[in-house]
Ligand binder design. Structure first.
Ligand SMILES: Nc1ncnc2c1ncn2[C@@H]1O[C@H](COP(=O)(O)OP(=O)(O)OP(=O)(O)O)[C@@H](O)[C@H]1O
Length: 231
């Protein structure tokens, strides 16, 4: 179906045989902007890893629309910042799906990387080593990498965790820009106010521990789509 970015069909996901969520049926429309919310441990990151193809479903199907380029930004805590690289190298990695890891960058590529650094307010940071960036600067650099990836489907896991309000405003602006360009964006958030004021669609995950009795009785968890949008 051309209007489908992601389809969950009786999807169960988790680790090994240990299910975190079961029986999910849902369609994420192309061009939609969705916040994924839920309590700690409800399975938000696990859902992102499954959509990104890092985790295989335990059962059922998680299908990405045909020919969709995907960009996945995990939580910062999952990243190794001691890697000896400069900011510009990290952002340039966004080109690898098109150029390969050792492929030559063209003049246009270098311009795209510089433009992405400028778009996130990191103009003077190209040659700064990653381990010298603050948390907010690192998140800006990671968004610049997503910008360079030019993906159709963008998955962001808690992108505003421990980030200053000025950086949140810059990154939210980028998300709005991507949405206006027709890209599909799914963002894990724990800040419900932020989700309700900036995200037109909200997926609320109810983990196994807090499943509604009727749903639990049927052995299914609840994936609620709540109406959101600017208050
Ligand atoms: N690598 C792993 N192996 C086994 N179990 C895991 C693994 N990662 C997470 N879990 C478990 O899966 C469940 C869901 O975790 P997940 O990180 O997806 O939740 P979350 O909603 O993103 O939580 P938070 O809001 O705290 O980030 C939790 O019970 C967690 O302990």
């Amino acid at each position: 179906m051309p209007d489908r970015a992601v389809t969950f069909a009786d999807l169960s996901l988790g680790y090994g045989h240990q299910a975190v969520l079961t029986g999910l049926d849902h369609v994420v429309r192309r061009g939609s902007l969705t916040a994924v919310v839920g309590a700690n441990g409800s399975g938000k990151s696990t859902l992102m890893r499954t959509i990104a193809g890092i985790l295989r479903p335990i059962a059922g199907r998680c299908a990405i629309g045909p020919n969709l380029r995907l960009a996945y930004l995990p939580q910062q805590s999952e990243l190794d910042r001691s890697f000896p690289a400069r900011t510009i190298d990290l952002v340039g990695l966004g080109l690898w799906p098109r150029r390969g890891l050792i492929g030559r960058h063209r003049a246009g590529d270098r311009r795209a990387v510089r433009a992405a650094l400028a778009a996130v307010g990191l103009e003077g940071f190209a040659n700064i080593p990653l381990d010298r960036l603050s948390g907010g600067q690192m998140q800006r650099a990671l968004f610049a990498r997503v910008l360079v990836q030019d993906a159709d489907l963008i998955l962001l896991d808690e992108p505003f965790n421990a980030i200053d309000s000025q950086t949140v405003a810059v990154l939210l602006g980028l998300i709005r820009h991507w949405h206006a360009e027709g890209r599909t964006i799914m963002t894990v958030l724990h800040d419900l106010d932020l989700a309700q004021s900036h995200f037109p669609e909200i997926l609320r995950l109810t983990g196994i521990a807090e499943a509604e009795p009727a749903a639990a009785h049927r052995g299914r968890q609840v994936l609620r789509l709540a109406a959101g949008g600017p208050a």
